[in-house]
Write a new protein. Sequence first.
Lengths: 170, 409
Amino acid sequence: MEKSLEPILKDLQGKFGATYEEFRGELHCFVKAEQIIDALTLLRDAHHFELLSALTAVDYYPQNAPRFHVIYQLTSVSKNLSVQLRVPVNGDQPKVPTAANVYKVGLWRERELLDMFGIEFEGHPDPRRILMPDGTEGHPLRKDFPLGYEEPQFTFNYEEIDLRKPYVKE
Amino acid sequence: MAQLEEVSVDLYKHLVSERALSGETMLLNMGPQHPSTHGVLRLLLELDGEIIVNCIPDIGFLHTGVEKNMEAKTYQKAEVMTDRLDYMNTMGNNLSYVMAVEKLIDVDVPPRAQALRVILVELQRIASHLVWLGTSGLDLAAMSMFLFCFREREQILDIFELVSGQRMMTTYIRPGGVWRDVPVEFEKAVRDFLKIFPKRIDEYETLLTKNPLFIDRMVDIGYLSKETALSYGVTGPTLRASGVDWDLRKARPYMGYEQYDFNVPVLTEGDTYARYLVRIQELRESLKIIEQAMNKLPMGPVRSDNRKFVPPPRSEIGVSMESLIHHFKLWTEGFPAPKASIYSAVESPRGELAVYLEGDGGPKPMRVHMRTPSFDNLAVLPEIVKGHLVADLVAILASIDIVLGDIDR
């Protein structure tokens, strides 16, 4: 771990009781869902992390508590530092408060996570699906969502395949 | 076929102004089939006459589930999916993914492979900027730009065909190095390009940079402030045109970028014209990098000799039983990667292209997330088009240089 990351880690540990992991020089801090907004605000205002580079999630199915990790990859442009915050979320009714008020990145990336993982972001101003069509059932990037297979349709067998094709349920 | 449902304004109630609900302003649909949206992007515009009040982008028409598909493939085989993301930056996508894999399994890359990667990625940057320049010229009715730019781009694609056999879907950069060494014609092809291209940039600039019609359409249009850009996660030339000096090639050098002498163009105006100037200057900087890398290009192997992760050369397979076993194991089963996660970022022509890669101890990734720059760059569009004319929207959209394959993944 870089020396300049130590005060940041201490701050996170002191204020939020964050635990941490290190792998190949990257610092991953675990923060509780209730505290994530405070942690992000602290990092942005006190430690100059201006850029929320990535906002994504991982599904650890079949493990249920926690089933997901929501990942906040923060970059400090002025100090050239990176830190990753991870928020473990339980599988039934996953909910995290929205980060859109701290970083506007949340406006679209949180919609993506809602779409792909079904993680709800409380207080998000526009909670619609972003990539999949409206009315899609399920969340594609969850591990229990099948990868799927679609038969190619040609003019001679279009109708035949169309009959047994699993469309989005109407 | 599935039933089509009529879309009502209720769905967008919270996104448009009060005036749209009373019918005072008009909702206009732009795209997904529209020449100026650079792909299949749909924009729902709320218009007061010609003035944009609100803009609601609708994406996902090109969503192909790349991330999900990559989870079902071994680390080597998942790489071909990365070509299909940002089809203007295939080498760069390969590099970002391959660097993530290398970081996860901890494999070193020989210096010759590193230099080759830099040359090809910079050529790709030029090719990508040429498409941007051509299409944004086309959007502003400078048709000849498109023809000129595609002429030079063709030369770069020929170089790619020479080294990888493919013009666009190259998959040339592989974990541990590159696919194979470049052919002897490579040096001459790149040198030829280096010789003619500076003059060509001057040609483009005489056509556009001081052109009063062009300046009228570009200056003070689509102002993006530094704070807004950072908050929305905007990166790349779009961020640098707003006055933030942030280039991953300089800030966190990878693949030996620290050996090359180049500048990062930064402008503070933050308008469409500044974004144009930054990219034009980047063309010249990329040329500098390629020239230095060509001069320094060391001899030696182009693939790591760590046989547990990198397949042995073809010539060894016939004579060495071990090599045969390694080859067989790598292509049937793949290599195991540790149960850990890494985040690795490179500077693509559009910004920070990063890969979040998590292994589960087996030969297939457990999660691959491509942090694609166009996604975040497009998210800022509604903010910067407000109060502009519809015709300016086209110029602004062209200036943030989106690729829909990159956005929808």
